[in-house]
Design a protein around this ligand. Structure first.
Ligand code: PLP
Length: 389
C-alpha cells in the first residue's frame, strides 16, 4: 500500500496529538482540567434541540438535501446578516450552507489553489488554512501576527512577487489563537489589498459573535464593495454551542461561492435536513438573547482567569473577543515545554503556541470552556505546583 505524496506535506492534525496526550494522562488517573481545545461546554439553545427532534420525524428530510442548502435556513442567515451587520445578502446566490466551516474552508482551497500557488496565511493561525493549501500542492506564505502590531498582519510587507503567485488571503477576527480583534478600517485595507492584487479575501468569522465589554465585531462585508473580492465563513458552532452539529455558511462573492459549490457538489451531499431546519430556528428565534447569555458567561470566566493570573504575577491584556487567552510563557520555557510542565505538574492542559505556527512560539493558548470553579481550581494548582513565573 502506498499513500499519496501529498500526505507528506502535512503532519497529523494538531488537536489529534493533544488529544493523545490527554488520553495518556487520563489513563494514568490524572484529573485533567482541559483548557486545550476550543469547544464550548454549554448546551445549545433548548428550543433548537427540540426542533431537531421534531424535524427528525419529518419523512422528506431523510433524503439527500438540496446542494445549496435548505432555503428557509439561507433566508434566516440573510435575515440575521441584515439585522446584525446591516449587510444584505441574496439567499440564493450569496449564501451557501456548509457542513461546518472547516469543510468549507478546506474545499475553498480546492477551488482556488493550484500546485505552486501561494495562500497568504496568518501565523499563528487555525491550522486548516495552511494544511489545506499544502494538500492542494500550494504554499502558505506566513503573515506574522505580533503583539506590537496588535496581532494584525502587515499587508504592505508582503513582497509583490509573492502577491503575484497568490490567490487567497485568509483572515480571522476575532482571532484564534491570539484573541485579537480587527476594526472596519483594517478590513477596508485588506479589501483594497485584495482588489489591487486580484486575490480572494477569505474571512473566517467563527468568533464574530463572541465579544465582550460592549465591543461588537464587524463583518468584512460591511466594507463597501467587499463582496466583489471577499467571502466570509459564519459558523453556528461556537456562538450556539453546536460544534458537533456541523453547520456553517459561506457568504459573499457569488463567483467564489459558485466555485466552492462546484467542488462540494462533486464531494459531499450536504448536511442532514433536520439539522438545517434546527439551524434556521437558532438564527431566527431570539439569537441575540442566547448569544448575550453565553458572552456574559465567558466574560465572567475571562475576568476570573485574568485576575487569578495577575495574582500569580502574570499581567495580560483583556481580550475583547473569542474564548481564548493568549499567554506569553516564562523565559526558561518554550511553548511545548511549558504546556508539558503544566500538564505533568498541575494536570492543566493548554495548547502550545507552536501548534498554530512558528510565530506562536513563546505563547500558550488557554480556552475558557470550563466553568469558573474549574478555572479557580486550575489557578490553585498552577500556584501550588507549577511555581510560575
Ligand atoms: C472552531 C473554528 C472553526 C471551525 O468551525 P466549524 O464550523 O465547527 O467547522 C473555524 N475557524 C476557526 C478559527 C475556529 O476556531
Amino acid at each position: 500500500m502506498r499513500t499519496a505524496d501529498r500526505l507528506k506535506a502535512i503532519g497529523p492534525y494538531l488537536f489529534a496529538d493533544l488529544d493523545l496526550r490527554r488520553q495518556q494522562a487520563l489513563a494514568r488517573g490524572v484529573d485533567i482540567i482541559d483548557l486545550g481545545v476550543g469547544d464550548p461546554d454549554q448546551p445549545p439553545p433548548q428550543h433548537v434541540v427540540r426542533r431537531l427532534c421534531r424535524e427528525a420525524h419529518e419523512p422528506g428530510y431523510h433524503r439527500y438535501p438540496p446542494y445549496e442548502g435548505l432555503k428557509p435556513l439561507r433566508q434566516a442567515l440573510a435575515g440575521w446578516y441584515a439585522e446584525r451587520f446591516h449587510v444584505d445578502l441574496d439567499p440564493d446566490s450569496e449564501v451557501l450552507v456548509l457542513i461546518g466551516s472547516k469543510e468549507g474552508l478546506s474545499h475553498l482551497c480546492w477551488a482556488f489553489v493550484d500546485p505552486g500557488d501561494v495562500s497568504l496565511v496568518p501565523d499563528p493561525a487555525y491550522p486548516v488554512y495552511g494544511v489545506q493549501t499544502r494538500l492542494c500542492g500550494g504554499e502558505p506564505y506566513p503573515l506574522p501576527l505580533r503583539a506590537e502590531r496588535d496581532f494584525l498582519p502587515d499587508l504592505g510587507a508582503v513582497p509583490d512577487a509573492v502577491c503575484r503567485s497568490a490567490t487567497l488571503l485568509f483572515l480571522n477576527y476575532p482571532n484564534n489563537p491570539t484573541s485579537a480583534v480587527a476594526d472596519l478600517a483594517f478590513f477596508e485595507e485588506a479589501v483594497a489589498f485584495c482588489r489591487r492584487h486580484g486575490l480572494l479575501l477569505c474571512h473566517d468569522a467563527a468568533y464574530i459573535e463572541m465579544t465582550y465589554d460592549g465591543y461588537v465585531a464587524p463583518s468584512v462585508l460591511q466594507v463597501p464593495g467587499a463582496r466583489e473580492v471577499a467571502v466570509e465563513f459564519y459558523s453556528l458552532s461556537k456562538p450556539f454551542n453546536m460544534t458537533g452539529w456541523r453547520l456553517a455558511f459561506a457568504v459573499g462573492n457569488r463567483d467564489a461561492l459558485g466555485a466552492l459549490r462546484r467542488v462540494k457538489t462533486n464531494t459531499d451531499s450536504g448536511q442532514f435536513l433536520a439539522v438545517q431546519a434546527a439551524g434556521e430556528e437558532a438564527l431566527r428565534v431570539r439569537p441575540r438573547e442566547f448569544i448575550s447569555r453565553m458572552n456574559a458567561i465567558y466574560q465572567k470566566r475571562r475576568d476570573v482567569m485574568l485576575e487569578g493570573l495577575e495574582a500569580l504575577g502574570w499581567r495580560l491584556p483583556t481580550p475583547r473577543g473569542t474564548f481564548y487567552l493568549w499567554v506569553p510563557v516564562p523565559r526558561k520555557y518554550n511553548s511545548v515545554s511549558f504546556a508539558g510542565m503544566l500538564l505533568e505538574r498541575a494536570g492543566v492542559l493548554v495548547s502550545p503556541g507552536l501548534a498554530f505556527g512558528r510565530e506562536g512560539e513563546g505563547y500558550v493558548r488557554l480556552s475558557l470552556t470550563v466553568d469558573e470553579d474549574r478555572l479557580v481550581e486550575a489557578l490553585g494548582r498552577i500556584r501550588a505546583h507549577a511555581r510560575y513565573p
